[in-house]
Structure formats: C-alpha cells, structure tokens
Design a protein around this ligand. Structure first.
Ligand code: GLN
Length: 282
C-alpha cells in the first residue's frame, strides 16, 4: 500500500473513531507516520507514492491503535512543538498548548532584550514556557521549578537537547524551596481546572497528570496560593503573569488587586479568550 493511501485510511479511521474533523485527523495521521518512519513533513510530501514497507506498516498501526484508544498523540510520539521548539513530553508532564504561547508573548513584552532580568517559571512541566522565554531573551536568567521530579527530568533534558543554558531547574512546591530570592518577572501556567469539570473525562486530559490540571473545587486553589506569596518574591516594579481558565480572568484580577498589584490587564488567546492576567508590584 502506498504512503498516500495509508494516510488517507488512517485519517478516515481517526475521523470515525475519535470524531476528529478532517484536518485534525490528517495532521495526527501524518505525525504518527513521520514518527514511524523517522522522517520530516517535507520527506513525506515528496514520497507519497512510495510503498509503505510491511514492518513500518505494522509499527504505524500499533501507534494508530493507541491513538484510537484515546492516548494523546504527543505521548505516543514523545514530543510536541511549542513556540518553535521541539520539546520532549512524557505522561509526567502536561502537553504544551498553543494557548500558552499567549503567556510567553505577554512575558516577552515585559523583558528587555539586551539587559539582565530574573524570571521565575512556577510549575514548568516540560520547561516549555521557561525555555521559550530563555531562547528569545539570552540575557535573561530563568529559574524554572516544578513539584514533580519526573517533570524536572523532562525539562532538564529539553534544555540540554536545545542547548539553552540560561535556565536553572529546581524542585520546589511553588515558592517553597526558593528561600527569600526575588525576581523581576514571575510566570506560571498552574493547574486551574475545577475538580468536578467534565472536560477532565474527555480527550487528552484523561491521560495527563491530574496534579498539573486540577486545583480544588473552583480550580483556583493554586492561583490563590501563588498570588498570596508572589509579592515577597518580586522586586519592586516586577510583574506576575498567570495563565488561567476561560472564565477566571475577573477573579484572578480581584485576587491580584487584593494583594495591591497595579496595572492589571488581560491577554487574549488564539480563540480571543482572556487566558492570561498580569499585574505589577508597586
Ligand atoms: N489549558 C489546559 C486545558 O484546559 C489546562 C492546563 C492547566 O490547567 N494549566 O486543557
């Protein structure tokens, strides 16, 4: 069977089995096949008429069956693209989302390109946010913490693989292991989903670490905790930027206001939803 024909059939299987739309199904089929053959998108495009070797066909089918059982593509192939960086991911880490690029963009606006700046990333997971910022701001000094040792292993490996050297990784439950250290910018994509949210029983979220997704009854336990201690770890005039749920922007702004943050504003994600809220320490 040709590569083209197998891709078409896989797309149809994904559309039927996972109720994906055609575009998404085609993309997923392609990513699984690229991983099977260890080739680029460009290679695949120029070899569509090649016959798919039997052993590759079997490996591809194994991956496709895993996907049809619901396992996220990123965990099957072991990596995901974020802000132009190819990042390893594992079931110890949340899969980086395009929405989180909003947080990166908003942070970059506040970090001077040619001067030192101390940036803290809380709950770094794959290291996505810290590594994206570090790659764009070579003069910035990043500290990226996570509670999970498994996540820190993935993040450290990503920094090494990408040869990004201005990030240090540290095990810490939010600020717990940072002593009295202060920063110019704090960023975080903490867990923010409410414990009873039905989305947790759907799609990729079923396979991702609960500790990276869920945060108490209203989803705001961790955000409350982070905001309560943020001032102590920010230099005067420093910024905090937090990703949050689609309906949490006003509450997060209130929480920042209560801690005397100023210049509070919201930042829109790709779907025009207020996904990030920032504030400045007086
Ligand atoms: N944005 C993710 C989602 O809704 C959740 C990530 C998080 O809780 N930080 O799928």
């Amino acid at each position: 069977m040709s590569i083209r024909r197998r891709l078409t059939e896989a797309r149809q299987q994904l559309e039927a089995g996972l109720k994906l739309d055609g575009r998404e199904a085609a993309l997923e089929a392609r990513l699984l096949l690229q991983e099977t053959l260890i080739v680029s998108h460009a290679w695949l495009l120029t070899h569509e008429n090649d016959r798919l070797p039997d052993d590759a066909a079997r490996t591809f089918n194994d991956k496709l069956q895993r996907r049809l059982k619901g396992e996220p593509v990123a965990y099957i192939v072991g990596h995901r693209e974020f802000y132009g960086l190819n990042l390893a991911v594992s079931p110890d880490t949340l899969i980086p989302r395009p929405d989180t690029e909003t947080l990166v963009e908003a942070a970059l606006e506040k970090i001077p390109p040619h001067q030192p700046c101390k940036v803290l990333d809380l709950g770094t997971g794959t290291g996505a946010i810290a590594l994206a910022i570090a790659s764009q701001r070579p003069h910035a000094e990043l500290t990226a913490v996570d509670f999970s040792e498994g996540a820190l292993e993935v993040a450290t490996a990503n920094a090494k693989q990408l040869d990004i050297r201005n990030v240090r990784f540290l095990q810490s439950d939010w600020f717990s292991n940072l002593g009295s250290e202060t920063f110019d910018i704090i960023v975080s994509n903490p867990p923010y989903i409410a414990a009873e949210d039905l989305h947790l029983t759907q799609g990729d979220l079923r396979f991702e670490p609960m500790s990276a997704l869920v945060s108490g009854r209203d989803g705001l336990d961790d955000i409350r905790q982070i905001i309560a201690s943020a001032t102590e770890h920010l230099n005067p005039g420093g910024w905090i930027l937090l990703e949050h749920g689609h309906d949490q922007a006003a509450t997060v702004a209130d929480l920042l206001h209560q801690q005397h943050f100023i210049e509070i504003s919201h930042h829109l994600d790709l779907a025009n939803i207020e996904r990030v809220t920032s504030g400045r320490r007086m």
